[in-house]
Design a protein around this ligand. Sequence first.
Ligand code: PRP
Ligand code: MN
Ligand code: MG
Length: 174
Amino acid sequence: MLYSQTQIAETCQQLGAQLSKDYHGKKPLVICVLKGAILFMSDLVRQMDTDMEMDFMDVSSYGNATESSGAVKILKDLDISATDRDVLIVEDIIDTGRTLACLVDLLNHRHAKTVKICTLLDKPERREKKISPDYVGFKVPNEFVVGYGLDYQGLYRNLPYVGILKPEIYMQNQ
Ligand code: PRP
Ligand code: MN
Ligand code: MG
């Protein structure tokens, strides 16, 4: 196990306290990036003592590895307009940074007032795009992590902790 339920809960509390201060009186638009961020989002917002609106986006990476455009396809867009809003994007993990690079561009293009990122996990070793999160729970090593929203082929999102996937599990499918 990498991060226990208790460690995650403490981190949510600390981040929530900081965000409550930083967003006091701003009524942020808090965006959960489906599906990985749902567990973190639901715990984090319960620690934020501020008026807010929540919305959800679902995006997926375009095509395959040979395509290096880094573009993402919007599978579900926001219901609420981001224009003139203080937007906080909530993610489970930043890896290459492609997903967030696209989302930040999109939200700036729509004239959000501010765009900030809160991620539970940050894996800076894998970064391809220049994305630096404003709020980070844990910096993780370059390992395959699952649980607490993070999946491997759709599984393990429901684990209440974050763990490192055993290599024999993903080696089976290679
Ligand atoms: C994962 C993760 C982040 C993104 C990070 O989502 O939840 O959203 O990848 O990778 P990146 O920094 O290289 O873009 P995924 O696309 O697997 O969808 P999911 O959240 O539905 O699992
Ligand atoms: Mn995701
Ligand atoms: Mg995934």
